[in-house]
Design a protein around this ligand. Structure first.
Ligand code: MG
Length: 365
């Protein structure tokens, strides 16, 4: 111990269970400055009350958090630091989920297990889209869009929310004219398109704090590419199973992921509308979409919807309507009717799409 009660770097390293090498690195990076540096020999000395910060830095490094973000977290009050870590972790999990799907797709592809070759051939999609103001709001800031290649739902917010949603979907529509890209390229193509969508939102919405969610699927000719940012959702009805295939970018979803609240508590949480990611025209991580490839199968039915639907209609009801209505038109009409029965406090939008097949086209002599 030094004369002034400070710890030498090796004593501090033992106490904090970090290596002197790591402590020197943290100093160089500005994460943990020594309390005193000897002006003659450059030796570093640390105060005991720096142990807590040293341990926090080490734990955040183990989480894989980038150094710049660690610096931010270390300077926050505990409650704010907790929220920042939750936001970081929600992003990691979403990213991992997207990478897991890509890995599964690549494994399928490289092992020759292409569902399109072993089943009937999917020749396209049949679709319907409907957007409704609901029973309480004065205007409709949602947009629902569908054509033979693109399915999309956007839920605008702020004074220019409707323009933001329209601009985001228009930016994706520019992809319809490009030839179906290679599967490996489509993820980049989609990410770039969302970047353009975010810039379009910035140009089209002049009001502060305006923006939009965006959940969309692009039919590539053999697969569906899914792009998602915000809290609109995509669901899949397949072989009688009903799955949500998007992950909400909301504070409450991150609390659910951490096990701090249950999904039931999330649906009644006062901050359930708080988005962690959206297209709000600003650059940065908060507008980065989840992008993934999805193997469509014959018989699949997809639902894209805004929170105005799933916020008031239960999963069981969504599934029942999707499983029993013959055409996408009937399904979207009846889903919106269900939202109305529940009071439709928000704008309601949905897109329903079925894969269309040509039976036996792949078989031959
Ligand atoms: Mg909404």
């Amino acid at each position: 111990m030094a004369e002034d009660g400070l710890l030498t770097i090796s004593a501090f390293a033992r106490a904090s269970r970090l290596s002197p090498k790591a402590l020197r690195l943290y100093d160089d990076l500005g994460l943990l400055r020594p309390a005193r540096v000897d002006p003659y020999n450059g030796y570093r000395f640390y105060a005991r009350d720096q142990l807590e910060r040293a341990r926090l830095v080490a734990w955040l490094r183990r989480l894989g958090m980038p150094l710049s973000r660690i610096r931010t977290v270390c300077d926050l009050a505990p409650a704010e630091a907790a929220a920042e870590i939750a936001a970081y972790w929600a992003g990691v999990e979403a990213d991992t989920a997207a990478r897991r799907d890509l890995a599964a797709f690549l494994i399928d592809q490289l092992s020759g297990e292409d569902p399109a070759m072993t089943h009937e051939t999917i020749t396209g999609i049949r679709y319907a889209a409907l957007s409704d103001t609901g029973l309480v709001r004065e205007g409709n800031q949602d947009t629902a869009y569908a054509d033979s290649r693109l399915l999309a739902v956007a839920d605008g917010f702020g004074a220019d929310g409707a323009a933001a949603g329209t601009a985001a979907i228009e930016a994706l529509r520019t992809l319809e004219n490009t030839p179906a890209p290679l599967p490996g390229d489509i993820l980049n193509t989609l990410s770039e398109a969302v970047g353009r969508a975010n810039r379009a939102v910035a140009e089209r919405s002049t009001a502060e704090d305006s923006g939009t969610t965006l959940t969309a699927m692009l039919w590539t000719g053999s697969r569906l590419a899914l792009v998602h940012v915000g809290d609109s959702r995509a669901y899949l009805l397949r072989d009688g199973g009903f799955f949500r295939i998007t992950h909400d970018h909301t504070l409450v979803q991150s609390l659910v992921d951490e096990g701090r609240i249950t999904p039931e508590e999330a649906s009644a949480h006062p901050q359930r509308a708080l988005l962690l990611r959206a297209l709000d025209g600003r650059a940065g991580d908060a507008s980065v979409p989840d992008v993934k490839l999805h193997d469509a199968r014959p018989g699949d039915r997809y639902l894209l919807c805004s929170d105005g639907l799933y916020g008031v209609v239960t999963d069981a009801e969504l599934r029942r309507v999707l499983a029993t209505r013959g055409t996408p038109e009937e399904a979207v009409r009846d889903l919106i009717a269900l939202a109305h029965e529940a009071g439709a406090p928000d704008n309601v939008s949905c897109v329903v799409a079925d894969t269309v097949t040509a039976p036996g086209r792949h078989t031959g002599p």
